[in-house]
Design a protein around this ligand. Structure first.
Ligand code: HEM
Length: 309
């Protein structure tokens, strides 16, 4: 493959689901950019090569640069739609912004490998960063969120994952890169579990046990599915690729929501539709049972962009 024509994407952006994940959020020390640039490229290359070495465990991952740190690290050019997390709030529905400089996302079907790699990555960044947050994600049952509903069913499949998640010719300098939005949601599971199953299904817009989508006419305007299934002004579906996984412990648990997309608009419109709702104020009732603790905006450039920067 000619990297001038088709830069190599970071493999975790579009990868299929895994059993385990580790999320590392770093802030950069001051004035380390000239060391940070090669280090970020080395970490991304290391993750890329491990995908071959541990292909039987489906290892993958990516490194993403925070919207507020991008210009410091790569002052010469900025992805067209890269902007801080679109924080919003309405009533008790809160989507706060908590930004980080770097996000390392690694996933694998073997947890021991992830643990090893997470330590190695942390070591590679030594002296350049502070590790500010760390979470470990896991597959729950048959790829369900901790609410008990299958998550990821309507994600783009096959080659359309690339089509949805990766920038093409529209911003040619950043071809193969992706806009990443992350929200750590903490669920109120005792409240959720008190809700009868039929009411839970109305909140999501799908059945729980067998994961069947409600018929269009039966979908409440306040259901999650209704709120996030959006069309643009030309009637085209606005899509994102979700790479979310459950995370946490008994004390605090929920969904590490991760959106990857070739634009930053689709995610923002969906979040707006969940929090603010439609013109009649029909907002997403899922928000009554979960709370966004963070909201961060990143860009995951192609591997070749980082190596050549
Ligand atoms: C669909 C759960 C947050 C966007 C779904 C589904 C579930 C779910 C169970 C149905 C199955 C599927 O198609 O995957 C959750 C939970 C969330 C959350 C538990 C947070 C606690 C979000 C956010 C967004 C979003 C923040 C975007 C801003 C979507 C989209 C779909 C979806 C685009 C597919 C809709 C369709 O085409 O039918 N989510 N979600 N979700 N969610 Fe979420």
């Amino acid at each position: 493959m000619d990297s001038q024509v088709m830069p190599r994407e970071q493999l975790g952006v579009c990868a299929e689901g895994n059993l385990h994940s580790v999320y590392l959020m770093f802030n950069a020390n001051d004035s380390v950019e000239s060391d940070m640039r090669p280090c970020v490229a080395n970490v991304a290359q290391y993750i890329y090569e491990l995908a071959d070495q541990y292909s039987d465990s489906a290892f993958n991952g990516f490194v993403a640069i925070g919207a507020n740190y991008w210009d410091t690290l790569y002052p010469s050019a900025r992805p067209e739609q890269l902007k801080p997390f679109p924080a919003m709030n309405k009533g008790t529905r809160d989507a706060p912004a908590i930004e980080y400089d770097l996000f390392v996302h690694i996933r694998c079907d073997r947890f021991d490998i992830l643990h090893l790699v997470a330590n190695e990555v942390n070591q590679m960044f030594e002296g350049l960063v502070e590790l500010v947050d760390e979470e470990r994600g896991f597959r729950f049952m048959d790829a369900r969120d901790l609410t008990g509903f299958v998550d990821g069913t309507e994600n783009p499949k096959g080659r359309s994952r690339q089509e949805v998640a990766l920038i093409g010719e529209e911003d040619s300098r950043f071809k193969g890169g992706s806009y990443i939005h992350v929200q750590k949601f903490a669920h109120n599971l005792s409240k959720w579990n008190r809700l009868p199953v039929k009411k839970q299904e109305d909140v999501i817009g799908r059945t729980k046990a067998d994961n069947i989508e409600y018929a269009s006419a039966d979908k409440p305007l306040t259901s999650h599915i209704k709120r996030v299934n959006l069309k643009d002004s030309e009637g085209k579906s606005m899509e994102i690729l979700r790479q979310s996984m459950p995370y946490g412990s008994v004390k605090e648990q929920g969904l590490m929501f991760i959106s990857t997309c070739r634009n930053s608009v689709n995610f923002e419109k969906m979040l707006e539709s969940m929090v603010h709702g439609d013109s009649e104020g029909n907002h997403d009732h899922l928000m009554h049972f979960t709370q966004a603790l963070t909201g961060s905006s990143f860009f995951a450039p192609s591997l070749d962009f980082m190596i050549n920067a």
